[in-house]
Design a protein around this ligand. Structure first.
Ligand code: BEZ
Length: 345
């Protein structure tokens, strides 16, 4: 770790003038909890390549995956102190401090990945990006890791069967509320511990995406996958506000554009990614049960009642979701459950 927010190295490339400080090139770092194979990390690598190319080598972005800088809570502190430059994080650290940042976790707010993409680029998203200042950060873009499904050790006929089951979640208030309202026992657990915990029966199931289910091998111990698409799993790309101030306007514009473009491309790709990994799981012989919003009721309606009271931003996101239809999103991802969003209540 260094004292300066952005490590400044002497460079011969003075001409671009990308930095606020003259005669320097920047070596920047981005921290993530996802492993090298995950889309978030791959996208961070693409961002690093684009920045190197478009700044003629003046900006180097070092990608630090797999939580090697610590948990997201620890990396948030590093961003606030300026010893880390960027993070690509789940919304856990933000939603647990300010309920506004929980709204993207609203169950069935997006009927498919294309609708999720529209919301992640919408007005509420822009406002939330601006609000990252309250955390000592500069918001760059929202992404996601596709839609959430449920992987269980044994088949689940009705949502009532989930009562009392230990379901692995992330420690995010909106997710925890959803599972508590279903009568399950939400069990927060970091991803690296999950394979063994599921294999050994320490948890009965998990809320997860198709990508992780396949790549991490959770499917090997699955009795069933419940294809629910019940939530998106958002990601926030953020910069240290202290470090951001060290960049000149040109560098800021370049970094902002590259992050936004690459992250949007990743989000757009999730329709195909989710479909592809689901096909792999089905081909491996794991039974898949299709369910929609009704299957989870009355828990979904109760969730909306709780969260509308927590944040007025939810009603605004619902209104935005109500304006998004298949014609707006223009893509049929094959993952639409046909379930109503909360917005249509
Ligand atoms: C998870 O903990 O489930 C998770 C974290 C980051 C990306 C995708 C999934």
């Amino acid at each position: 770790m260094t004292a300066l927010p952005f490590r400044l190295t002497l460079s011969t490339t003075l001409a671009l003038g990308l930095l606020a400080l003259p005669a320097a090139a920047a070596e920047l770092r981005v921290g993530l909890i996802t492993p090298p194979s995950h889309q978030w990390t791959q996208t961070a690598q693409d961002i690093a390549a684009d920045l190197a190319e478009r700044s003629a080598g003046e900006i180097t972005l070092v990608v630090l995956p797999s939580g090697q800088l610590g948990s997201e809570a620890q990396m948030l502190q590093q961003l606030q102190s300026g010893s880390l430059d960027f993070g690509m994080f789940t919304l856990g650290e933000f939603a647990n401090r300010n309920a506004d940042y929980g709204v993207f976790l609203a169950p069935f707010i997006a009927t498919d990945t294309a609708a999720a993409r529209a919301l992640l680029r919408g007005d509420v998203a822009q406002e939330l990006l601006g609000g990252f200042r309250q955390f000592g950060l500069h918001g760059l873009a929202f992404g996601m890791a596709g839609l959430r499904e449920i992987v269980t050790a044994t088949p689940t006929e009705t949502a009532a069967d989930l009562k009392g089951q230990k379901i692995r979640t992330v420690p995010l208030a909106p997710e925890l509320d959803f599972w508590t309202l279903l009568g399950a026992t939400p069990t927060p657990m970091p991803l690296p511990e999950l394979y063994n915990a599921f294999a050994n029966g320490q948890v009965d199931g998990m809320q997860i995406d198709y990508e992780g289910t396949w790549n991490a091998g959770y499917w090997e111990h699955a009795g069933e996958v419940i294809a629910s698409d019940h939530m998106m799993f958002p990601m926030a790309a953020v910069a240290s506000a202290r470090g951001w101030a060290q960049l000149g306007p040109e560098a800021q514009a370049l970094v902002a554009e590259v992050f936004a473009t690459r992250i949007d491309a990743m989000v757009e790709g999730y329709g195909e990614i989710d479909s592809r990994y689901r096909a792999e799981i089905e081909a491996a012989g794991v039974p898949v049960r299709e369910v929609g919003r009704d299957w989870f009721e009355p828990a979904v309606s109760a969730w909306y009642d709780t969260w509308r009271a927590k944040t007025p931003l939810l009603a605004r996101l619902e209104a935005e979701a109500a304006t998004i239809d298949d014609t707006d999103t223009g893509t049929d991802t094959g993952t639409d459950t046909g379930a109503d969003t909360g917005a249509k209540q």
